[in-house]
Design a protein around this ligand. Structure first.
Ligand code: FAD
Length: 441
């Protein structure tokens, strides 16, 4: 039996390097680069490229990938330890080649793509030359694919896509979009959809709006209309009718990677909370000396550490089983817990900073927005709570009797029957009639 909470010294040294690199070189440029996904931004490229090269030279590029795809193949546990450092910074995942949604898109291209698809789309994606988009959610619903209406119909050696997609992140910067569309309307739900690789220059793709969260400012999520978009038949990803299975493969990894990075953002919120508590004095004492502030710090620390352990154990299970279906409940548990944890700790940090905390001169509102985002991307919290509950319930069965086998009177009756001789001896020794006193309480 092994049971260890230690990082091997060689990898711990790498993590120390990453921590310094992120704090000293990447976090500062978060202030200068508005959109890490904008591969056409010359400032972004000038600042990112040398850092990306340093990461590649250090053999830490694209750590989510196995050696066959150009990554070091560290596995999910080491990736978790790395990602929790990268989670501190908006730009860090892109500098390390581990940014969503490209990681998930790369994963499905690697799993399901043909050699031709891999050469044309996967190779430049893995190298960081391009970014990609996953276009699945529709305006009328995201959590339930039953309501999707985007269709693809076969026309000669092409498929023709028509429909609208909503919140397609980075559609404006993407070199290609992976679009989920109905190809067999009468098939059962799980076989109804196919996944298409659509090059962004294909005629008929119209980004109606760039949706975001700041009024009057273009965001990075495309409201995309596809009108008679023709893609060659060899641009189906996986087989016809396989979109559902592909989406599940993609989302399993994506969810746990978000959780790993969220550990980093919660840790950063707690760091800032503690620094403020030690620095600010009111009514003659530091905030840190006030009991309510200590309460906030203690709860934040304990909640973060419990969440982190669950994320690490889930990552360990993925490495051990190599089968996402065996950890679906675990992944849903971290997915459901992460928005509340981030919201709670970032809100406490904001509150403790007072007026400056609520202003745009501090990052806390951005973190709280991120918390709400984490409750929606890759499925709303309630859906994951349902998945987890069903996984837990599979370990139980219904009791048939109205008074169940754990009804206390029944348990007492059974215990008395099993230990009747002992009870009688004790009752006799105490001079009590049978059935009275301590033993029968
Ligand atoms: C920042 C961000 C980035 C995103 N990026 C992408 C992307 O790149 N590509 C893409 O395709 N999509 C993307 N999405 C969309 C995301 O996948 C959806 O928001 C999500 O699936 C929920 O769908 P919806 O927004 O239509 O909400 P709905 O499906 O309408 O759900 C709304 C609410 O209803 C409740 N609800 C829904 N289902 C259930 C249920 N079964 N039980 C109980 N309550 C329920 C929940 O409270 C839920 O929050 C992104 C979303 C965000 C916020």
């Amino acid at each position: 039996m092994t049971w260890s909470f230690e990082t091997d010294p060689e990898f711990a040294a790498e993590l120390e390097w990453v921590d310094r690199f992120v704090r000293e070189k990447i976090e500062p440029i978060d202030q200068l680069v508005p959109d890490p996904y904008d591969v056409a931004d010359p400032l972004r490229n000038e600042l990112f490229k040398p850092l990306q090269q340093e990461v590649k030279d250090r053999k830490l590029w694209a750590c989510h990938l196995g050696p066959e795809l150009g990554g070091p193949g560290y596995g999910q546990l080491k990736l978790a330890l790395l990602n929790e450092i990268l989670g501190r910074s908006r730009s860090a995942p892109t500098v390390f080649g581990t940014q969503a949604p490209d990681t998930g898109n790369a994963e499905i291209l690697a799993h399901f793509g043909t050699e031709g698809q891999k050469e044309r789309y996967l190779a430049p994606l893995l190298d960081g030359q391009i970014v990609s988009c996953f276009s699945m959610t529709e305006p009328q619903g995201g959590a339930d694919p039953e309501v999707f209406t985007t269709k693809a119909t076969r026309d000669g050696d092409c498929w023709v896509i028509n429909g609208e997609k909503w919140y397609s992140s980075n559609a404006r910067h993407a070199a290609f979009l992976i679009v989920m569309a109905i190809t067999s309307p009468d098939a059962e739900y799980h076989r109804r959809f196919s996944m298409f690789i659509v090059p962004s220059e294909t005629p008929g793709i119209d980004i109606i709006r760039h949706v975001g969260h700041t009024p009057g400012v273009d965001g990075s999520h495309g409201y995309v209309r596809y009108t008679d978009v023709r893609v060659p038949a060899d641009h189906v990803l996986g087989g016809e009718g396989e979109a559902f299975a592909i989406a599940q493969t993609r989302l399993g990894g994506g969810r746990i990677h978000h959780a790993m990075r969220t550990v980093g953002l919660v840790q950063k919120s707690l760091d800032l909370l503690c620094r403020r508590a030690l620095s600010r004095v009111t009514k003659g004492e530091r905030l840190a000396d006030k009991q309510s502030v200590q309460h906030a710090i203690a709860h934040s620390w304990a909640e973060l550490e419990s969440f982190r352990l669950l994320v690490l154990r889930t990552a360990w299970k993925i490495d051990r089983y190599q089968d996402y279906s065996r950890v679906r409940g675990d992944i849903s548990a971290v997915k459901a817990l992460m928005p509340k944890l981030l919201n709670d700790v970032a809100s406490r940090a904001l509150h403790l900073h007072g007026s400056i905390g609520v202003s745009s001169e501090m990052p806390f509102l951005e973190y709280i927005y991120e918390a709400f985002t984490m409750g929606l991307v890759d499925g709303p919290t309630e859906v994951h709570e349902g998945v987890l509950a069903r996984a837990v319930l599979r370990n139980y069965k219904a009791d048939e009797d109205v008074f169940p086998p754990y009804h206390l009177p029944l348990l007492r009756e059974q215990a008395e029957a099993a230990h009747q001789d002992v009870l009688l001896r004790h009752a006799a020794a105490a001079g009590r009639p049978e059935g009275h006193g301590e033993a029968s309480r």
